[in-house]
Each structure stands twice: as structure tokens, then as C-alpha cells.
Design a binder for this molecule. Structure first.
Ligand code: PSU
Ligand code: MN
Length: 303
């Protein structure tokens, strides 16, 4: 079975040891409305190229895990209304049934590693949900970070989550969590979360050196690099507090559960901020792609 199809451009980059950055597709299919999702996908890919790396957006199309999408495939992911949301748990189902699906952070890490890609950029990772005591809802992104040696650049954990518990779980799972150029762990749309950075690093070359060292030590975990959103694009933490509390309470009242929780909450925060959250989300994912490309370049120059 050849379920993983690596595009010619990504294959050539990997063979020539050109830096490659993996990108996920759930953010496109379930995290942003059309047409901004497609514009963002194209902008993020060109940001990666401009920074000297090759983008590899990952999705499942007709049961094929595609690593590296062309513009028509990106459009299909951004417009199709039948895209499944695929975590590790769902990948084999989607492949065996010939389905289309967008990959979450967890599934994208898995596929990237299988394809030989070490660096991956996203917006915000999933984590421990605020209602965890009732729902046991803890994103599979955290367990994937514990088991798959891929470096994930994000803007922290989404502020709709319980960030203190998310950081505790990352520590328990042994995931090296580094904040880039800040002493505070960022909260996705905001630079601040009120929580200290577990570790701090100010230089892409050092981040690459740490990842490389983890490989040499045979620490088989992933690594998380949290890149705070820039000051001009952020929505300050205190402005979001009541909006997020309201969205979380509404999700509970509407009995939103399982895979639907994160997309639903992102949609509610979009509505309650009159679209400001989307502009922040686009700015942060583009910044993460640029940083990931810099780290990927440092990583190839090491070997
Ligand atoms: N980053 C974004 N928007 C998103 C996501 C990340 O800016 O929509 C997606 C990722 O695919 C992540 C998922 O894996 O949200 C988390 O979903 P869940 O909480 O169901 O594990
Ligand atoms: Mn969940």
C-alpha cells in the first residue's frame, strides 16, 4: 500500500536537503471561513518560500495522504463541505474508505514524520479543554507531541483552552516547550497568558540545536516552539477574557462536544470579536510559518 503521496516539489526538496516546512489543513477546512482560508493557505506557502524553505501542506484526498498540495488541491480543501477532521485516530479510516479529510496537528505531525519532514508550523495547538473535569476532552495533539519527533511552531495554546492544565500535561508528557523571545507563554490571539515560559530561546539556530540534541539523545518526543503573536496584531488578553467565557458557556448550553468543540468555539470568538480574531489568527500563522522556515534552514545546515 502506498497511502502517502509526497509531491514532486517536496520530494525534490527532501532529496536535495532543501529545508521543508509541513503545514496542516484543519485550520483551513474547519478553522477559518472561505475565502480567507484559501488566501491564508496561499500566503503561508509563499511566506515559507520567501524565507527559503519549501512548504508541504498535508491533507487526505480520495484516501491518499498528500504531502505537498498544489493550488487546486488547496482550493478543494478550503471549499469542500465534506472534509473530515482527521486526528491520528481517524487516519486509517479515511485512507481505507477513500475519503477526503483535513489533518489536525496530531495527524499532520504523524504524516510529516512518515514523510521525513521535521519542522511543522500551525496556529495554535489543541490542549486541555476548560470543561475537562466533565468531558475528559484533552486534544490528541498533546499525546502526539509526546510520541512523534517533529518540531511544532505555534502561537501557544488557544485561549479557549485551560492553558495552565495544558502546560502541565505537556510537562508530564515530557514535551520540551520553548517560548521564542518572550518570558511568558503566549495565548494564541494574545501575547500574554499570565503563565511563565517553561523555557525561552531567542535564536532559530539555538532552537535547531536543541532539536538536534534531542535526536542525538534519542528522546523520541516532539518539541513545541511557542511564537507570541506580534504586538500590532494581538487582541490583548483582558479584552478576550469575557468573550471566551461567554463562548465556552454557550458551547456547554448548546451541547457541543467532541471534534466539533474547537471549530465551534473559534467560530463564536470570530463572531463576538466582529472578525478581529480571524485577522489575528492569519497574522500569527504567517509569522509561525516564517519562523519555522528559519528553524528548518538551520536544521539542514547542521547535518
Ligand atoms: N490552529 C489554528 N486553527 C485551528 C487549529 C490550529 O489557528 O483550527 C486546529 C489544529 O488542527 C488543531 C485543532 O490540531 O485545531 C485542535 O482540535 P482539537 O481541539 O479537536 O484537538
Ligand atoms: Mn477534543
Amino acid at each position: 500500500m502506498n497511502a502517502i503521496q509526497v509531491s514532486a516539489a517536496v520530494r525534490a526538496a527532501l532529496d536535495r536537503r532543501t529545508p521543508v516546512v509541513a503545514l496542516e489543513s484543519t485550520i483551513l477546512a474547519h478553522g477559518m471561513p472561505y475565502p480567507r482560508n484559501l488566501e491564508t493557505a496561499l500566503a503561508v506557502e509563499s511566506d515559507v518560500r520567501a524565507a527559503g524553505a519549501i512548504p508541504a501542506t498535508i491533507a487526505v484526498l480520495d484516501g491518499q495522504i498528500c504531502v505537498g498540495l498544489d493550488p487546486a488541491q488547496l482550493e478543494r480543501v478550503a471549499t469542500a463541505d465534506h472534509m473530515l477532521k482527521l486526528s491520528r485516530a481517524d487516519l486509517a479510516y479515511a485512507v481505507a474508505s477513500g475519503r477526503d479529510g483535513a489533518t489536525t496537528v496530531a495527524a499532520t505531525m504523524f504524516c510529516a514524520h512518515r514523510a521525513g519532514i521535521a519542522v511543522f508550523a500551525t496556529g495554535g495547538i489543541g490542549g486541555v479543554h476548560r470543561a475537562v473535569a466533565d468531558t475528559m476532552d484533552i486534544s490528541a495533539d498533546l499525546t502526539e507531541l509526546a510520541r512523534t519527533p517533529v518540531l511544532v511552531v505555534c502561537a501557544g495554546a488557544k485561549a479557549i483552552l485551560d492553558i495552565p492544565k495544558t502546560l502541565e500535561v505537556l510537562e508530564t508528557l515530557g514535551v520540551c516547550t520553548i517560548v521564542y523571545r518572550s518570558d511568558e507563554f503566549p495565548a494564541f490571539w494574545s501575547r500574554q497568558s499570565g503563565l511563565p515560559a517553561p523555557l525561552r530561546c531567542d535564536d532559530p539556530a539555538r532552537v535547531a540545536a536543541i532539536f538536534r540534541c534531542a535526536r542525538e539523545l534519542e528522546i523520541e518526543n516532539g518539541m513545541l516552539v511557542a511564537n507570541p503573536i506580534d504586538t500590532e496584531s494581538e487582541i490583548p488578553h483582558n479584552e478576550l477574557t469575557t468573550i471566551i467565557e461567554r463562548a465556552v458557556a454557550e458551547a456547554h448550553d448548546e451541547h457541543i462536544g467532541g471534534k466539533g468543540v474547537t471549530p465551534w468555539l473559534l467560530g463564536r470568538v470570530f463572531a463576538l470579536t466582529q472578525g478581529r480574531s480571524l485577522e489575528a489568527n492569519i497574522a500569527l500563522v504567517r509569522a509561525n510559518a516564517r519562523l519555522a522556515a528559519q528553524i528548518a534552514k538551520e536544521l539542514v545546515s547542521f547535518c
